[in-house]
Design a protein around this ligand. Structure first.
Ligand SMILES: Cc1cc2nc3c(=O)[nH]c(=O)nc-3n(C[C@H](O)[C@H](O)[C@H](O)COP(=O)(O)OP(=O)(O)OC[C@H]3O[C@@H](n4cnc5c(N)ncnc54)[C@H](O)[C@@H]3O)c2cc1C
Length: 502
C-alpha cells in the first residue's frame, strides 16, 4: 500500500534528475507536481522525430546497465530499463568504444577489452610500454571497484568500499595535458589530446573506458527519450502530476522558506518544499533573483570550466550502414570552421547501425556532434537574423556530408533526412546555461569540491541535477533524485524505500 501523502513537493524540470526525484518521493508518500517548460520529459536526455527517423540526441553510454551494480539498481527502481510493453530495454555493449582519427591517416581503436586496448596502444607507441602497462593496470583496477550509489545503505564494509573508490578516483584526477607528458610517443600524446580538453581530469576518459571492459555502461536500445518515457510512466502510475509547457519564472519565498513557484503564465503553485532540477544558473539568478548565492557556487559560476555546447547534425541514410564503424571521431583535414569562429579538427560520429528502432526499415540514423563554447553567437544569430541562421545551418550540414563522404564513401547519394541543431536549440528546449551539455567540467578542483545543494537562509528548498554535481551525466542525475528523497525522508523521520509500493 502506498503511504498517505503528507507534503506537497514541486519539482522544477522533468530532466532525469527531476523525474528521479519525483519518482522516489511519490513512492515514499509525498504528493509531487513536476513542472516542465518543454512538452515532453527528458531534458537533455531527448530525441525527436523527422521524416520517419527518431533523432537521438543524448545517450551513448549509460553507467549502470550491468545487473548487480548499484547504478543498475537505481535505473531498475526508476523503471528506466523497462519498456511500455513490459520488455527489458536491450543493452548493446560494443567491442570498441570508439575509433579516433589522428594526423597522417593513423587511427586508434578504443577497445573495450583492456588487453586489446593495451595491444593497440603498444602498436602506436611501443617506446611507452611501461606507461601503457601502468595505464592499463589502473584501468583494470578501476573497472573492478564497485561504484557506490545507494546512499541510504551504511555499513562499515561500505564505508571502507567508498574510501577505496575515492582512493582509486583520486589517482585519475590529473589534468589530461599533464598526464600526456608521461608518454613519449607523439601518437599517444595526440590521442590523449583529442577527445577531451587538456585541463579536464584523466578520469573523464578512464572512467568510461574502464566500464567498457566489464560491460558496465552499454547503450540502451530505444535511445534517450525512451528512457525518460519509461521513467515518466512509473511517475504517472504512482499518481504524480506532470505539467508540461509550464515554464517557471519565480520561486516564492516567505520568511526564508520556499513556499511554491510562479509560472511565466502567472499561475502560482503552493508547495511545502521546492526542488529545482532545472538549470542551476537560472535557478539562482532568475527563480531566486540572486538573493542566495553561497561563495562556493559564485566561485563555480565565475571560474569553473564548462562542458561545451554543440552543433549537432542528424542525417537519415537510406541504407543499412552495417559496414560503417558505430562510433568514430575522424580527423578533419582541413579542419572545419564554424560560423562562430570555432575550429573543429575532429567531430564525433554515431552510426546507429545497432539500434533499428531509430530509423525506418533498411535505413540508418547517423549523427555528428561538434563542440563549441560560443553559444552567444548562435543565440544572437537566431534572434537577429533567422534567415542567416537557417542558411548557416544548411552550410554546416553540407560540409559535414562532404567530410563523411570522404571518410566513409557511399553516404551522399543516400541522404533522405537532414536536421541541424545549435546551442540556441539547446538553450531554447532545456534552458541550460550557455547550452552546456553536462554542466561544470570534471577537473581536479571541481571533482574534489562538492557543490552545495541547499542554500543558506532558504529553507524547504534544494537544487539537484547536473549543475550541482560537476562531471554531470545521466547516472549522477538519477542518483541526485534518489538522494534528495532520502534527505527529505530523513528530515521527516520516514523510512526511505527505493522500492515501488506493492
Ligand atoms: C549530446 C549529449 C550527449 C550526452 N551523452 C551522455 C551519455 O552518453 N551518458 C551520460 O551519462 N550523459 C550524457 N549526457 C549528459 C546528460 O544528458 C546530462 O548530464 C543529464 O541529462 C542532465 O540531466 P538533468 O536532469 O540534471 O538536467 P536537464 O536534462 O537539463 O533537465 C533540466 C530540465 O529542466 C527544465 N527547465 C529548465 N528551465 C525550466 C523552467 N524555467 N521551467 C520549467 N522547466 C525548466 C528543462 O526543460 C529540462 O527538462 C549527454 C548530454 C548531451 C547534450
Amino acid at each position: 500500500m502506498a503511504k498517505e501523502p503528507t507534503k506537497r513537493i514541486v519539482v522544477i524540470g522533468a530532466g532525469i534528475a527531476g523525474l528521479s526525484a519525483a519518482s522516489y518521493l511519490l513512492r515514499n508518500g509525498y504528493a509531487v507536481t513536476v513542472v516542465e517548460q518543454h512538452d515532453k520529459p527528458g531534458g537533455l536526455c531527448t530525441s525527436w522525430k523527422r521524416k520517419g527517423y527518431t533523432i537521438d540526441y543524448c545517450v551513448h553510454w549509460l553507467l549502470g546497465t550491468k545487473p548487480g551494480t548499484e547504478y543498475h539498481q537505481i535505473w531498475e527502481e526508476l523503471g528506466a530499463l523497462t519498456n511500455k510493453d513490459g520488455s527489458a530495454v536491450p543493452i548493446v555493449n560494443a567491442e570498441t568504444f570508439s575509433t579516433i582519427g589522428l594526423t597522417g591517416g593513423e587511427k586508434i581503436h578504443l577497445y573495450g577489452n583492456i588487453e586489446q586496448f593495451r595491444t593497440e596502444l603498444l602498436r602506436l607507441g611501443p617506446e611507452d610500454e611501461k606507461q601503457i602497462d601502468k595505464l592499463c593496470k589502473s584501468l583494470l583496477s578501476l573497472s573492478k571497484i564497485p561504484l557506490y550509489a545507494l546512499s541510504e545503505e551504511k555499513s562499515l564494509g561500505k564505508s571502507i568500499g567508498r574510501l577505496n573508490q575515492m582512493r582509486h578516483i583520486i589517482g585519475h584526477l590529473a589534468p589530461l595535458e599533464e598526464y600526456a607528458q608521461r608518454f613519449s610517443s607523439p601518437k599517444i600524446r595526440e590521442f590523449l589530446g583529442t577527445l577531451i580538453p587538456g585541463e579536464w581530469s584523466l578520469a573523464s576518459l578512464t572512467l568510461g573506458l574502464s566500464q567498457q571492459h566489464i560491460k558496465g555502461a552499454g547503450y540502451p536500445v530505444g535511445g534517450s527519450l525512451n528512457l525518460a518515457r519509461n521513467m515518466e510512466r512509473v511517475i504517472k502510475q504512482l499518481g504524480g502530476e506532470l505539467r508540461y509547457r509550464t515554464k517557471v519564472a519565480k520561486i516564492e519565498v516567505a520568511d526564508g522558506v520556499a513556499v511554491g513557484i510562479t509560472t511565466e503564465q502567472g499561475e502560482t503553485i503552493d508547495a511545502d518544499y521546492v526542488i529545482s532540477a532545472a538549470d542551476g544558473h537560472q535557478t539562482i539568478h532568475n527563480f531566486l533573483g540572486g538573493t542566495y548565492m553561497p561563495q562556493a557556487l559564485q566561485q563555480a559560476y565565475e571560474t569553473y570550466p564548462l562542458f561545451p555546447s554543440s552543433v549537432f547534425v542528424a542525417l537519415g541514410i537510406d541504407r543499412d550502414c552495417s559496414d560503417l564503424p558505430h562510433s568514430s571521431t575522424p580527423y578533419l583535414d582541413p579542419p572545419m570552421e564554424l560560423a562562430d569562429g570555432t575550429v573543429v579538427p575532429h567531430f564525433s560520429v554515431a552510426v546507429y547501425n545497432y539500434d533499428d528502432t531509430l530509423a525506418p526499415k533498411g535505413k540508418t540514423l547517423v549523427t555528428v556532434i561538434m563542440n563549441t563554447w560560443n553559444s552567444g553567437f548562435w543565440e544572437g544569430l537566431a534572434q537577429t537574423d533567422r534567415k542567416q541562421y537557417e542558411l548557416t545551418k544548411d552550410g554546416i550540414a553540407k560540409q559535414v556530408i562532404g567530410y563523411l563522404e570522404k571518410e566513409f564513401g557511399n553516404i551522399k547519394e543516400h541522404i533522405d533526412m537532414v536536421d541541424v541543431s545549435t546551442p540556441h536549440s539547446v538553450i531554447r528546449y532545456t534552458g541550460n546555461w550557455k547550452g552546456s551539455y553536462e554542466g561544470f567540467a570534471p577537473t581536479r578542483k571541481t571533482l574534489s569540491r562538492p557543490l552545495p545543494k541547499t542554500l543558506k537562509g532558504l529553507d524547504n528548498f534544494a537544487m539537484i541535477g547536473q549543475w550541482t554535481s560537476p562531471g554531470g551525466g545521466l547516472p549522477t542525475a538519477a542518483q541526485d533524485g534518489r538522494d534528495i528523497a532520502i534527505r527529505l525522508c530523513k528530515q521527516d523521520k520516514r523510512q526511505f524505500s527505493g522500492k515501488l509500493p506493492q
